[in-house]
Structures are given as structure tokens and as C-alpha cells.
Design a protein around this ligand. Structure first.
Ligand code: SAM
Length: 278
């Protein structure tokens, strides 16, 4: 039973970190004159109205994208550009999800494989995305989808894995599926989003990756407050396997600025580290 709807959370501080990392990877891949595949295992609806009943119910974007002043972040020009194409005025009304952000960067020959399981979000995604022969939207399990498309013919790919972790087994599943995919396609760039609700789950994930034999893994995290035993997400991060060589240095400089932007109580923090060296 699926109950998670990203429309309640779009544009929050976790999306900001996730999509900044996504943009950096897409931008990097697009710099080479060689096609690549974009694989989004958990795509969501693609576009979110920040004035909708869902978005305003929790108002999470107010402590996310709404906190970022474009003038303070010239290094995020491409990220802001990808958002602006969905807004007619300077007012922020729509926030793009990962598939529409990706579409902004894909060139004619690049391919996209977009998976979404929820029937309503699948329908919305099908309406929101420009579908072409090279952009495939599938209603189905993104974990299975990933394993069915790697290695891609292009031999260059960016895989975004962004589960809701509603089902606690998703933490183990993420590791197992990535390990399998990596075995079939070791040169791909994989980015895995995680929430910090219970820190020990992330520590376990780190141990699993450290013992997996997979090399070149970095982690970026942006948190609003210290870990707690209470309910709710306090922080979130991105694990990136085979990152662009420029990514860690860029995030090292950027994360402290993001911390400042989203900090409300003097408790925000960031992490930027190498889990496994090259
Ligand atoms: N990646 C999106 C973005 O950045 O805009 C947000 C995705 S949201 C966190 C997770 C999505 O995964 C939800 O829309 C949910 O319906 C979908 N989902 C849950 N389990 C799935 C599965 N096994 N395969 C594909 N989609 C799934």
C-alpha cells in the first residue's frame, strides 16, 4: 500500500540538496559530446504547485527553496534556471521534481527511463513530462526497472534512487539493488537519497557500502537539527558512487552556505565526506 505523496514535501530542504547534486551531475555529463542515459527509479509526479493544498498544508518549501536567494548563490545558476523554466514570473509557484529537472539537461540523443509506482503520480508524471521516443515513463517498480536497463547501450549513465523509505526494508533494498546494478554496470554514476529519521540505519548503510568492494563513494548531508529519537526527519543526504571529479570540492564550499540559508535555530549542520576512496 503506497501512501507517500511527494506533493506534501516538494521544494523542502531535502529536495534542495538532492536536486543541487542532481543538477551538478547532469551538467557534468552534458559537457562531454557523448550520449548518456538518465535513470530515475522513483520519479514522483514531476512538477509541484507550491500554492496547492498539499504543499501549503505543511509549507515545507518555505524552509527549503524559498530560503535560497538566487543572488547569494551564483554557483547554482543551472539549478535556478531549471526551476525558472516552470515559472512565468519571478514569483516561485511551481517546483520541478527530479524527472523535469533532468529533462532540462537532456540533449536530443540522451535517454531517460522514469519509473513511478503510485497510479496518481504516474498519471501526473505522464502529463507533466514531454514524452518522446527517448523519454520513457513506466508505471512499475524502479528497483526492478533499474536492474533491467543496466548496463545501458550508451555505457554512460546517471542513476537517481530516491525512495520514500515508507517501508523500512527499503534501506536494505537500496543497498542490495545498487550492489547488483553496480556489478552489471560499475562505471555508472549512482546517487542515492536518504532521510535521517533513525541515524543507525544510515550508519548500517555506510557499513554495507564500505564492505561491498564498491569504490569511489562520497556523501553529502544537510541537516536542520541534531539527531533525535523523536519522530520525523531532521536531516537528509545523498550518497554518490562514481561522482564527477569536481563534485566534492564544489559541495565542500556550498554546504556551509546552504546551512546558513536554512538555519532557523542555530542547529543546522552539514556533512561532506568520502565513504570509500577511488
Ligand atoms: N524523485 C522525486 C523528485 O525528486 O521529485 C521524488 C520521489 S518521492 C521521494 C518517491 C516516489 O517513489 C513517490 O512518488 C512514490 O510513489 C514512488 N515509489 C515508491 N515505491 C516505488 C517503487 N518501488 N518504484 C517506483 N516508484 C516508487
Amino acid at each position: 500500500m503506497l501512501s507517500y505523496r511527494h506533493s506534501f514535501h516538494a521544494g523542502n530542504f531535502a529536495d534542495v540538496l538532492k536536486h543541487i547534486v542532481q543538477v551538478e551531475i547532469l551538467d557534468y555529463l552534458g559537457q562531454k559530446d557523448k550520449v548518456f542515459d538518465y535513470i530515475d527509479t522513483h520519479s514522483g509526479a514531476g512538477l509541484f504547485n507550491l500554492k496547492s493544498e498539499h504543499a501549503t498544508k505543511l509549507g515545507e518549501y518555505l524552509n527549503g527553496i524559498a530560503k535560497l536567494n538566487e543572488n547569494d548563490f551564483p554557483e547554482l545558476r543551472e539549478y535556478f534556471r531549471a526551476i525558472k523554466v516552470h515559472n512565468d514570473s519571478e514569483q516561485l509557484e511551481f517546483y520541478p521534481g527530479s524527472p523535469l529537472i533532468a529533462q532540462h539537461f537532456l540533449r536530443n540523443e540522451d535517454k531517460a527511463w522514469l519509473y513511478e509506482l503510485h497510479p496518481t503520480d504516474f498519471e501526473l508524471l505522464s502529463e507533466n513530462i514531454r514524452q518522446t521516443r527517448r523519454v520513457r515513463v513506466k508505471q512499475g517498480d524502479g528497483f526492478e526497472g533499474l536492474l533491467s536497463v543496466v548496463p545501458p547501450i550508451s555505457r554512460r549513465a546517471f542513476v537517481l534512487i530516491d525512495p520514500p523509505y515508507e517501508i523500512k526494508t527499503d534501506y536494505d533494498k537500496v543497498f542490495k539493488v545498487v550492489a547488483k546494478a553496480h556489478k552489471k554496470f560499475p562505471t555508472g554514476t549512482y546517487a542515492i537519497w536518504y532521510p535521517v529519521v533513525d541515524r543507525h540505519r544510515i550508519e548500517k548503510l555506510e557499513k554495507s557500502f564500505a564492505n561491498s568492494g564498491i569504490k569511489d563513494i562520497v556523501r553529502f548531508e544537510l541537516g536542520l537539527s541534531a539527531d533525535t529519537a523523536e519522530r520525523g526527519m531532521t536531516s537528509s543526504g545523498m550518497i554518490v558512487i562514481n561522482p564527477p571529479w569536481t563534485l566534492k570540492a564544489k559541495m565542500e564550499k556550498l554546504l556551509p552556505k546552504l546551512v546558513k540559508a536554512v538555519d532557523e535555530n542555530g542547529t543546522a549542520f552539514s556533512k561532506c565526506d568520502t565513504w570509500v576512496a577511488e
